[in-house]
Design a binder for this molecule. Sequence first.
Ligand SMILES: O=P(O)(O)OC[C@H]1O[C@](O)(COP(=O)(O)O)[C@@H](O)[C@@H]1O
Length: 346
Amino acid sequence: MASATLLKSSFLPKKAEWGTTRQAAAPKPVTASIGLENTEANRQAYRTLLVTPPGLGNYISGAILFEETLYQSTVDGKKIVDILVEQGIVPGIKVDKGLVPLVGSNDESWCQGLDGLASREAAYYQQGARFAKWRTVVSIPNGPSELAVKEAAWGLARYAAISQDNGLVPIVEPEIMLDGEHGIERTFEVAQKVWAETFYYMAQNNVMFEGILLKPSMVTPGAECKDRATPEEVASYTLKLLQRRIPPSVPGIMFLSGGQSEVEATLNLNAMNQAPNPWHVSFSYARALQNTCLKTWGGRPENVAAAQEALLLRAKANSLAQLGKYTSDGEAAEASENMFVKNYSY
Ligand SMILES: O=P(O)(O)OC[C@H]1O[C@](O)(COP(=O)(O)O)[C@@H](O)[C@@H]1O
């Protein structure tokens, strides 16, 4: 396997539009990004496109599925899970139940999903899932409050322990949102706090660190900060964070993209792997892997081949970046478009 990367094969970023479970998929509205109606048939068509490019497994080692996808077949009637396994891609499952307001905080949120998690995970394992993911978020402009950080860290730790007990490798993802005008130092400060608490509670819950994967945000300035950071600065702060907070027993670190452009996310990853670091840091992007692919497809069958090419291009670029061997020469202008949206919610 050329890389230890993760592909989110959820259909479209906005959970409210596309649903996270078999029951929750609302038929409308149309997705903002490509103007396509949210039907199971459209989700199936896009997922078929995502999992079938020949050679995808050379660049992608795992795919995070929604519950719907875990039980779904392609348009040709083959189970998506079976296709992934044939491609050499490990199927995983998003197990959190999403964000809700955290009462008593500064307009922050917490992540639901611990109730019934053990039995859901046992069923997911039977269905072929081998890892899990739980994403919670921390907002810098809204605090973050002590309460929100503690709640995020505790939820991640309980989820990680329950997942390991059910044979699934937990991906631990406290996303520090890009929103805000703050500089990179402030992100660094918050990230240190979040990861310190997350490991503190994971230790309290007897989580085996050798059996987890991390999905951190890169340390960048807030999206509305005027001082932008170079890939080398992002790499330097992010690696300093990992060195200070992540025990060497943790085997895998795969970054989320968080609204960076496709090229920016790839360049930042590349810079980290060009700097001396004891890890082999990799990617678990949604937007920065699928944006061009999704737009190229636009819901039209005649565009499937071109969209698959776009996906392979990004997968390969990030695969090179996790070896520190990427150059942005020849990248299309649209791949550099920033994808940050204020108050963006999945
Ligand atoms: O679907 P979730 O778990 O709410 O997460 C939303 C998105 O955030 C991610 O964890 C990271 O996505 P980005 O790379 O676009 O930031 C994706 O895997 C996922 O699609």
